[in-house]
Design a protein. Structure first.
Length: 338
C-alpha cells in the first residue's frame, strides 16, 4: 500500500493489517451495509502491472485469453494468462492508461506474474512494471454509490480522464483508479454519502456477483471455463493463438467442462480459504472440488465460489475440507451457465 495513502486511511479510523483495510471500527455493521446499503472500500489488496511500449498491444494479444484490441478508453476487460496446458496463472481486469495497459490482479501475485510475462518479452519493444503504489483503487457499491458516481461524470461504461479511471463493473458497483495525491481529497466527498468498509466487504460483493479471482493457492488449478470465465466475458474464441488456446478452444467447441464454479454458503465458524478441498460421497477420498474465493457473510458463516464436479453438485451433498465437514448450501449465480 502507498505509505502516504495508508497514513491517510489510518487518520480516517481504518484498521490496516498486512497492507489491507480490515475495517473502519465496526466490521459487522460494515458487512450489513454491504448487503443493505452502500459501501466505499480501499482495494489495496489488488495490485497493478503496467505494460507499456509501442508493441504492448501485440505483446498482450499473443499471451492473454481475450482480445486486447477491444480495450480502449471506454472499455475495460477481463482476461487471463494461462500455461500451455490451459491452466490459469492469473486473472486480470485490464484497462488503458493513455497508451499503456494496466493489469489488475492480487498484489501478492504481481511480482511472480511480472516475471512470467517478462520471459516472453525477448526483443519486443515492451516494458512491464509493478505500478501498484502509483495508484489508489477504490470500490463503490450500492444505490448511493451510483448517485455519487454519476455526479463524477459516469457514462455507465468506462471513463478515463485527468488521470482518473472509472469502471462500471456491474449495476451499482464501480471501481475508481486515482493518483495517491488525488485520493485523499476525494475520499471525504465520497464518505459523506457512502459508508467506508473493509476490503472483505468488497470481496463478498465480488463473490456474490460470481466473479472469480485467481489467488496463489489456485494458480494452475483451473482451465478458464471451470470458473465460468467465458460466461463473464474473459475469453475471446475468435482471436489468435495464445498459451493454452488449443485446450481452451477444444473444450469450447468439442466438449464441455466436467467441473463448474458455483456460488455457495457454509455455516462454519472457521472461514474457508482459496484452495481448500471439497468432498462428496461419490468421489470417495478424492476431492470433489476446490474453493476459489471466500468471504464472511453478513448473515453469518461464509459465502464462497467453488469449483465442483457437476455430477457431484447435482446429486451429492458437498462438504468443506472433509467428508464430515460443514455442508455447502448452493445458491443461484447471478448469471446462467451454458
Amino acid at each position: 500500500m502507498n505509505q502516504n495513502w495508508q497514513q491517510f486511511l489510518q487518520s480516517q479510523n481504518a484498521h490496516i493489517e498486512n497492507g489491507s483495510v480490515r475495517d473502519f471500527g465496526d466490521a459487522g455493521a460494515e458487512r450489513l451495509a454491504a448487503r443493505d446499503a452502500s459501501i466505499l472500500c480501499d482495494l489495496s489488496e489488488s495490485g497493478l502491472l503496467r505494460v507499456s511500449g509501442e508493441e504492448a498491444q501485440t505483446f498482450l494479444q499473443s499471451l492473454l485469453s481475450n482480445d486486447i484490441r477491444e480495450v480502449d478508453g471506454q472499455r475495460a476487460q477481463f482476461s487471463s494468462l494461462n500455461d500451455p496446458k490451459g491452466r490459469m496463472v492469473a486473472s486480470f481486469l485490464i484497462w488503458r492508461d493513455a497508451a499503456d495497459y494496466l493489469l489488475q490482479l492480487p498484489r501478492v501475485l504481481c511480482e511472480p506474474v511480472r516475471k512470467r510475462l517478462a520471459m516472453y518479452v525477448l526483443r519486443a519493444k515492451v516494458k512491464i512494471a509493478d505500478a501498484s503504489d502509483d495508484f489508489v483503487l477504490l470500490g463503490l457499491a450500492g444505490v448511493a454509490a451510483t448517485t455519487v458516481v454519476q455526479s463524477l461524470g459516469d457514462n455507465l461504461g468506462m471513463r478515463s480522464e485527468n488521470g482518473r479511471s472509472l469502471i462500471r463493473l456491474a449495476a451499482n458497483r464501480y471501481q475508481l483508479c486515482l493518483s495517491p495525491d488525488a485520493a485523499p481529497a476525494l475520499w471525504p466527498q465520497l464518505a459523506t454519502t457512502i459508508k467506508p468498509a473493509g476490503n472483505a466487504c468488497w470481496n463478498w460483493l465480488v463473490i456474490c456477483a460470481g466473479m472469480p479471482v485467481i489467488e496463489p493457492a489456485t494458480q494452475l488449478q483451473f482451465v478458464p471455463q471451470m470458473i465460468n470465465f467465458e460466461v463473464i466475458g474473459g475469453i475471446n474464441f475468435k482471436k489468435g493463438c495464445y498459451p493454452g488456446q488449443e485446450i481452451v478452444a477444444r473444450m469450447h467447441y468439442l466438449g464441455k467442462p466436467k467441473r463448474r464454479m458455483f456460488l455457495a454458503h457454509v455455516a462454519s465458524d472457521a472461514a474457508p480459504h482459496a484452495g481448500d478441498s471439497l468432498f462428496s460421497a461419490d468421489m470417495g477420498d478424492q476431492p470433489a472440488g476446490m474453493v476459489v474465493n471466500a468471504a464472511a457473510s453478513p448473515d453469518g458463516g461464509c459465502d464462497l465460489l467453488a469449483v465442483v464436479h457437476i455430477a457431484s453438485h447435482d446429486s451429492q451433498t458437498i462438504h468443506l475440507s472433509a467428508q464430515d465437514g460443514p455442508t455447502l448450501v448452493f445458491r443461484p449465480l447471478p448469471y446462467a451457465l451454458p
